[in-house]
Design a binder for this molecule. Structure first.
Ligand SMILES: [Fe+2]
Length: 273
């Protein structure tokens, strides 16, 4: 069986990649802390729960949840190289593990879509550039629809996390697997609140508290689409952390921090495997 050896959550804000400044010290420290923890867990593969930012899927074709089961994962897109200075990389995939997640999910009532011909945008690449800088660990992206409403419910995101754990632990494939959820706290892109600090510090504090205390019921009770969008127009990418909470079985996090910066408050979470 596959063994889950670490569960993490972090930001994927691409503007962080070439940003400099003392106000980012806490953000850099957050990435470094998770990098050390992930390295100590010695994963054979990482499952990255991330969201395509309308770079390859749009309103006309948008999977709710999709497993990327390719042996090679191209990352990122030319416009993200240009806009954010992100490097293009070809990541190693883990197609065998991807197939296990696909089949295990469907057996348990999560009808994942699947693709062998996808690309990964910054939501996959940026966390890996910080947490596995050598990009040596094979990756299975699980893409979630946090971009094109109607979105799946918060409860569905949590359930997908529970199913990922069950599918991994029942898999005959021998792997040490880390799960990295890639998302946001309160964040606004475009318009007058565009990365002008957090658009809702109140939401950030509440969200970190749900994670820290393992308050799944509290999170599910409040995380409506309306509540999320009031906290910023891409704050719904917090839902990827509900997947991590599901993988962690709803337990309180080992650590949960929101690092304040000029862009937004960056989440750095770790749960016991
Ligand atoms: Fe995002």
């Amino acid at each position: 069986m596959a063994e889950i050896v670490g569960v993490y959550g972090t930001t994927h804000n691409p503007l962080l990649w070439r940003a400099r400044g003392d106000d980012l010290a806490a953000t850099r420290a957050g990435f470094e802390r998770l990098r050390v923890r992930l390295a100590a867990a010695r994963p054979d593969a990482v499952v990255v729960v991330a969201t395509d930012h309308l770079t390859q899927w749009f309103y006309d074709t948008m999977p709710a949840f999709l497993v990327g089961k390719a042996p090679l994962v191209p990352a990122t897109f030319w416009n993200e190289e240009r806009e954010f200075g992100l490097p293009y990389r070809e990541l190693r995939g883990d197609a065998e593990l991807g197939r296990e997640l696909l089949g295990g999910g469907i057996e348990r009532g999560v009808d994942f879509a699947a693709s062998d011909a996808f690309r990964a945008d910054h939501s996959v690449l940026l966390p890996l550039l910080y947490l596995t800088p050598e990009l040596e660990v094979p990756v299975v992206p699980v893409f979630t629809n946090c971009m094109a409403p109607p979105l799946p419910s918060a409860a569905r995101f949590f359930r997908v996390g529970e199913v990922l754990r069950e599918a991994l632990e029942d898999s005959p494939v021998e792997r040490r697997v880390a799960v990295i959820a890639s998302g946001h706290l309160a964040t606004e892109v475009g318009g007058p609140r565009h990365f002008a600090g957090s658009p809702s510090r109140a939401f950030d504090e509440r969200a970190v508290e749900w994670v820290a205390s393992g308050d799944v019921d509290g999170a599910l009770g409040e995380l409506t689409y309306k509540r999320l969008t009031e906290a910023g127009n891409v704050s719904h990418q917090f839902l990827n952390f509900l997947v991590a909470m599901g993988v962690a079985g709803g337990k309180p996090a080992l650590s949960a921090e929101g690092a304040v910066s000029r862009f937004a408050t960056s989440p750095f979470f770790e749960w016991a495997p």
